[in-house]
Write a protein that binds this ligand. Structure first.
Ligand SMILES: N[C@@H](CCC(=O)N[C@@H](CS)C(=O)NCC(=O)O)C(=O)O
Length: 235
């Protein structure tokens, strides 16, 4: 048991690009943990192979994020989020109701383990604005599935709060990167899903992350741009 979060160090990647890093970072912020950050740029030899030396020094998988608790390391975004939930029960990072919690965990797991086409074709790039075109059917299916998740659970939770299951939960943290992707690539959503997307992008902790992303200078578009899909960048 480790409760002094001032000694926790979260290793993350570039804030403009690292979706996986953002999720547990938001959970830690929402819980009020006083953790330290170790930001390692992913624009280095070994990227894509899990062989970046500075990441391997912090994470057994060679991937970010990893949370170091004074020598005890937790890796993988979802495992870190669950740790934060356990350490900060008062933060209510999962819904109290067990059935609602099971659905919140289901959509979080779906986001954590799925949506490969969306990840491939609409990579997070918080600074970028353009319009996606010629998206493959499988990527459009991913977008539609997320739109359905968002509008279904927002309609059900309208009376209990502004987030997917009413109060803010780990499920919301897992969808914030998608909210930025939809903004970057000009993806249109139904009004309920769009209102939720805007709610996520107005979260104070996300705005703090975004400000840092805007100040970064690393340009990884050489690794993440598929020219047949993206239109010209908006100026
Ligand atoms: N399932 C992992 C995925 C982590 C992941 O893929 N991280 C990427 C960056 S956002 C990474 O560290 N890549 C380094 C590399 O590919 O070399 C999690 O949830 O934490």
């Amino acid at each position: 048991m480790q409760t002094d979060s001032k000694k926790w160090v979260l290793t993350i990647g570039d804030k403009n690009y690292s979706t996986w890093s953002m999720r547990p970072w938001l959970c830690l912020k929402w819980a009020g943990a006083a953790f330290l950050e170790n930001l390692v740029t992913l624009d280095q030899p070994g990227y894509g192979l899990s062989q970046i030396a500075d990441v391997l020094a912090a994470s057994p998988t060679g991937k970010v994020p990893a949370l170091n608790l004074n020598g005890h390391v937790i890796w993988d975004s979802l495992a870190i989020a669950e740790w934060v939930h356990e350490q900060y029960p008062g933060a209510n990072l999962w819904p109290e109701d067990d059935r609602l919690r099971s659905i919140a965990r289901s959509v979080t797991a779906e986001m954590h383990s799925g949506f490969g086409p969306l990840r491939r074709d609409l990579p997070m790039n918080i600074r970028r604005r353009c319009h996606a075109r010629n998206l493959p059917a499988e990527t459009i299916a991913d977008i539609k599935r997320i739109e359905t998740i968002w509008s279904t659970y927002r309609r059900a939770s309208l009376g209990s709060g502004k987030f997917l299951f009413g109060e803010r939960s780990i499920a919301d943290a897992f969808f914030v990167p998608v909210a930025t992707r939809f903004r970057t690539y000009g993806i249109q959503l139904n009004p309920v899903a769009e209102a939720y997307r805007l709610q996520l992008l107005n979260d104070p902790a996300f705005l703090e992350w975004e400000a840092a992303a805007l100040a970064e200078e690393t340009d990884m578009r050489k690794m993440t741009t598929i020219d047949s899909i993206y239109g010209e960048d908006e100026s």
